[in-house]
Design a protein. Structure first.
Length: 676
């Protein structure tokens, strides 16, 4: 039985099984928040050609969403399955990272040195065996428990269950794959194997850089690993030859800045955009962001050890002085941890290998977190998914320290190993239950945003988004209440809030109050196009076509690239009988959004009225290529075929329309008329 528990196959199956169990309740979790602009409403995902050449900074992440859409459309199960597979593979790579680390030259030397010290001493006392020795059981169980905590910790749920955060988990996958294959290449003796592994490492580094900007730290982590476990920093020029493979890895540092500024732009524009990218946010100065991160990092550490009150959208204060007591104490605490890491890195004692690995875990945490927790301001100072990759460092420290401390306390290798496994297995079970429960919060939008609004009750955005979700679900009274709550909290959001409040009022049938809310929005922000568009929609519904046209035109003056406004203006012209103008507006919608089947259907309707049947048919067919199950378009195409005398084709389209929508009376009547 012990042989089974020690086997690699059993360990890998256990990691995968626990991951599947924890996330088994996520396959029907809907799209949330940033999923909408990045996936649901991202027309680029509908055509693979939009992602070639691979110039975008997060190209590979978007490419996986394209493939998800190609094979399953917007069926969320496919997206969640891919996210879970990535997460399990990441846990397996973490497992191999520790396994290979046990086999590095540094640990072999330190194991020998420990053995020699034990033989030379005449003192009779127990000396704890370091976690990497086979005698301690660490080589079998250390990788397993590090990987199990990684796969089961509830802090990982945001990066796995929140679909769009595949950018984070996928970048972590290539990050880990690059590091693991690099380590294996340094341990391989046959040159062919070594070069193949290095090529995989380099290619993985490139893909990591093209998935998310957090991969920028990868070359630095590989350097840290190289000089910590594989070789000493070169003291002679001749020794640099051994490190030539690092040159390719270091060159990947250019990928992210070049992707951000674009290679197809003039040098002056590129430099300007790079400068703009690196400038501080208008909302958050660099210094304030940095000192706030001292508190944020301590919060991340708390979330690892006590994963309670997790939140999608934290209401986190922004600090402006290092000498704020909370900031200063956090700064000192982090400084002590860094000092401990440096001390452990250079510690010369019998725990050499264990201390070196603990040091690596500490530096891993700070290095991998540095992109999002340093001097480059990001609008949101804290998000749980930012801990996905850095948490590996904390887990390394926690599990390694648990092995070593229990071996020191229980002076019997077998008993100390059993105690450590029991402790860590209990931790994995508790974390797994917590992660499963946290995933349940993601089951619907209302539940998720109610949770966020309750925990961040003073934050405008949580109430704003909860109001939007209520509105979307038809809970209009609740939506109005949340918008009013948000208005009381922060007037800076007031224009958008008044606009959304107007939407809720209009859906309640309170048109007059809706118009007043839209006008309040315009009074607060005259440059906002949406209120004009919404007022135009109300005028359209009331038959006040001239006034509707004026509102749509004003909205377009403020935002000429807004496809929905052109669509509204097109319908207004259509109702006025201005068919040429209507056609032009609908064609403009197609230019702005070439994947809009409704716009093609509308153009087809205009051409039908103008008697231009061939053009009408072409647009109906274009709409159906984009949305084959659109019953109204099928019906309209049938009418066009009938008018051209193509009776069989017309009958087929009417039948298809009825198959899609059996209650479509017009299609049934038209089909019966053909069959008489």
């Amino acid at each position: 039985m012990s042989k089974l528990f020690n086997s690699t196959i059993f360990h890998l199956l256990l990691i995968g099984l626990i991951g599947i169990i924890i996330y088994s309740n996520t396959f029907n979790v809907p799209f949330h928040w940033d999923d909408t602009p990045n996936i649901v409403a991202n027309y680029k995902l509908k055509d693979l050609s939009n992602f070639w050449p691979p110039s975008e900074s997060r190209w590979f992440g978007y490419l996986t969403f394209v493939l998800n859409y190609y094979f399953g459309g917007l069926n969320v199960a496919g997206y969640h399955i891919v996210n879970l597979i990535i997460h399990i593979f990441n846990a397996i790579l973490v497992y191999w990272l520790v396994v290979f680390t046990c086999k590095t030259p540094y640990f072999k030397v330190s194991v020998i040195s420990v053995s020699e010290q034990t033989q030379k001493t005449d003192t009779v006392h127990y000396s704890p065996i370091h976690p990497f020795s086979s005698a301690s059981g660490g080589q079998a169980y250390l990788p397993l428990f590090i990987a199990l905590i990684f796969v089961s910790h509830p802090i990982q749920t945001q990066a796995v269950t929140y679909i769009v955060q595949r950018f984070t988990s996928l970048a972590a996958f290539f990050y880990l794959l690059s590091l693991v294959t690099y380590i294996k290449s340094r341990l391989s003796i046959p040159h062919a194997t070594r070069y193949t592994l290095y090529a995989v490492s380099l290619f993985s580094a490139i893909l990591a850089m093209k998935t998310k900007e957090i991969a920028f730290t990868l070359p630095f982590v590989i350097l840290l690993y190289e000089f910590s476990f594989v070789s000493k920093p070169p003291s002679k020029i001749a020794e640099l030859k051994k490190l030539l493979p690092l040159a390719g890895i270091l060159l990947t540092l250019l990928i992210i800045p070049l992707s951000l500024i674009g290679l197809d732009k003039p040098l002056g524009d590129a430099i300007g955009e790079l400068r703009e990218t690196s400038q501080e946010s208008e909302e958050i100065p660099r210094w304030s962001y940095l000192i706030t991160q001292f508190r944020v990092i301590v919060t991340y550490l708390r979330l690892f050890f006590i994963p309670a009150n997790q939140n999608l959208d934290y209401d986190y204060p922004l600090y402006h002085s290092l000498f704020n007591p909370q900031v200063f104490l956090s700064f000192l605490f982090l400084l002590i941890i860094l000092a401990l890491g440096i001390y452990l890195l250079y510690a010369k004692r019998h725990t050499l290998s264990a201390s070196r690995f603990l040091s690596f875990g500490i530096f891993w945490f700070f290095i991998t977190l540095s992109v999002e927790s340093s001097i480059i301001p990001i609008r949101d100072v804290i998000f749980e998914h930012r801990l996905y990759l850095p948490v590996i460092g904390i887990i390394i420290v926690f599990v390694s320290a648990a092995f070593y401390i229990l071996q020191a306390m229980i002076q019997n290798p077998k008993r100390s190993l059993a105690a450590c496994c029991l402790l860590l297995a209990t931790a994995v079970i508790v974390l797994s239950i917590a992660a499963y429960q946290r995933n349940a919060v993601w089951h619907d939008e209302i539940k998720l945003w109610e949770d966020a609004a309750r925990k961040s009750s003073g934050k405008v955005r949580t109430h704003f988004n909860l109001g939007a979700v209520y509105y979307k679900q038809g809970l209009l009274n609740e939506a109005v209440l949340e918008y009013k709550t948000a208005l009381r909290l922060d007037p800076r959001y007031s224009a958008l809030l008044h606009n959304n409040l107007g939407n809720a009022y209009y859906s309640q049938g309170r048109a007059y109050e809706a118009i007043q809310a839209y006008k309040d929005a315009l009074r607060l922000n005259p440059g906002l196009a949406e209120p004009h568009y919404n007022i135009g929609n109300i005028y359209m519904s009331e038959g006040r076509l001239n006034e509707a046209v004026q509102e749509y035109k004003e909205a377009l003056r403020l935002n000429p690239g807004y496809a929905e406004i052109h669509n509204g203006l097109g319908f207004a012209y259509y109702e006025q009988g201005k068919l040429a103008e209507a056609a032009q507006e609908f064609l403009t919608v197609i230019q702005l959004d070439s994947y809009n089947p409704e716009a093609h259907n509308s153009v087809g309707n205009v051409y039908m009225k103008l008697g231009r049947l061939d053009q009408a048919i072409a647009h109906y067919q274009a709409a159906l290529r984009l949305e084959p199950n659109h019953a109204i378009t099928r019906y309209n195409l049938g009418l066009a075929y009938r008018q051209k005398g193509l009776i069989n084709e017309a009958a087929h389209e009417f039948q298809e329309a009825l198959r899609i929508s059996p209650d479509l009376v017009q299609a049934r009547q038209s089909l019966e008329a053909l069959q008489r």
